[in-house]
Design a protein around this ligand. Structure first.
Ligand SMILES: Cc1cc2nc3c(=O)[nH]c(=O)nc-3n(C[C@H](O)[C@H](O)[C@H](O)COP(=O)(O)OP(=O)(O)OC[C@H]3O[C@@H](n4cnc5c(N)ncnc54)[C@H](O)[C@@H]3O)c2cc1C
Length: 354
């Protein structure tokens, strides 16, 4: 039985490792544009040089799993067509291509390995008093601005956004703003209209110096599924049934950011359980059993503020916010445990099935 895994992020890696463990004799091929698993949730650390976040796929996939370093152009009719014009047949596939960034020209995206690497090089060479502008007031922007400010207190770090930390409740949000202030991050309540080498123009018309401008906003998903004729929602995510299979083609499981799983959002805490659950469902189907329904379950939303501070807002199972939150050391420990847990799931195939 041939199994194709498209995308070696959290969802794809959990699925590939889990299928290798559970389905004896499955011929598994993992297709990814680069030969490494990138811990995307730590890309801000890659930029600030507080962690190395890429691991060769060969070190964390069993020897019998084949890897192809390329991109998939289309999928359908039991075939994936590759960028080079070649194709590979499959009996079952896991579509796990994640989400995309569309950075403003003149900025470097935090959410992609190649641009994060360029940002790391620029930052490493930046002399004291350099100005770093981070665009985006969501968790990725907050984590990036604070990671850089904590690692390089000699720099002037600015976070530009009109609604900083708005996905957190009043008290947790205030704690995040206080944490940013303690690290010396200046919050600029505005948007960026244009970026050029050495400067940014704010929407208010003001021109500001910026030696490195980072784009910390995730915008959508790859158009691979739509291009291939799979049913997608308004944002291009694959519409799946209760068992995480494309409603167009039940041989294709869609998992992670690229899948429209009810109750999910762009998060590795969604991608890991989905990848594991879909792999388990394939194992059930191969064993002649019925697949199991998937339901998403949340416990919290964490945001790191450098390596020594963090805030974790507690949530209900359906991701609505509770009043309570954790902060400081206990939140750092909780956030780090969740991040390590996701990476462990991707590397081993364990965990992640609720
Ligand atoms: C800085 C940062 C911090 C974050 N922090 C958190 C956090 O604290 N908690 C949390 O839950 N989430 C966090 N996220 C979000 C999280 O990283 C994503 O939701 C998660 O990575 C999605 O996992 P995935 O497996 O669906 O996709 P990804 O991890 O994005 O992996 C997708 C893979 O598919 C590959 N691919 C794309 N197109 C193709 C193609 N055509 N052919 C083959 N391969 C392809 C990509 O190159 C990539 O390797 C953060 C994101 C960023 C950028």
């Amino acid at each position: 039985m041939k199994v194709a895994v498209i995308g070696a992020g959290y969802a794809g890696m959990v699925a590939a490792n889990r299928v290798a463990k559970k389905i004896k004799g499955a011929e598994i091929t993992v297709i990814n544009p680069r030969p490494d698993f990138v811990e995307r949730v730590r890309l801000h650390q890659q930029i600030a040089a507080t962690k190395q976040v890429a691991t060769p796929l060969r070190e964390i996939l069993p020897g019998r799993v084949r890897t192809l370093v390329t991109t998939v152009d289309t999928i359908g009719d039991g075939v994936v067509r590759l960028a080079g014009g070649e194709s590979a047949g499959f009996d079952f596939a896991f579509l796990a291509v994640g989400s995309t960034v569309r950075p403003l020209p003149g900025t470097l995206a935090v959410g992609e390995w190649e641009s994060a690497e360029r940002a790391r090089t620029v930052l490493a060479a930046m002399p004291a008093d350099g100005v770093v502008t981070v665009i985006g007031g969501g968790p990725t922007g907050i984590e990036t601005a604070s990671e850089i400010a904590a690692a390089r207190p000699d720099l002037d770090v600015r976070l530009v956004g009109t609604a900083v930390a708005e996905t957190f409740t009043g008290r947790a949000r205030q704690r995040i703003l206080d944490g940013l202030e303690r690290l010396g991050v200046a919050i600029v309540n505005d948007g960026v209209a244009a970026a050029e080498p050495g400067s940014v123009r704010l929407r208010s018309g003001q021109e500001e110096r910026s030696d490195l401008t980072l784009w910390a906003i995730v915008s959508g998903v790859p158009d691979l599924a739509a291009r291939s004729g799979l049913a997608v929602d308004d944002s291009g995510r694959v519409i799946v049934d209760d068992f995480l299979r494309s409603v167009t083609d039940p041989r294709i499981f869609a998992v992670g950011d690229c899948a429209a799983v009810p109750g999910s959002r762009f998060a590795c805490q969604c991608s890991v359980p989905q990848g594991g659950h879909a792999a388990d469902n394939l194992a059930r189907i191969v064993a002649g059993k019925s697949p199991a329904r998937f339901s998403m379950r949340f416990v919290g939303r964490g945001v790191s503020l450098g390596r020594k501070d963090a805030v974790v807002q507690l949530t209900r199972r359906d991701d609505t916010l509770r009043d309570g939150y954790l902060a400081a050391k206990v939140a750092v420990a909780a956030k780090e445990a969740a991040t390590r847990g996701a990476s462990f799931g991707a590397r081993t195939g364990f965990g992640g099935s609720w």
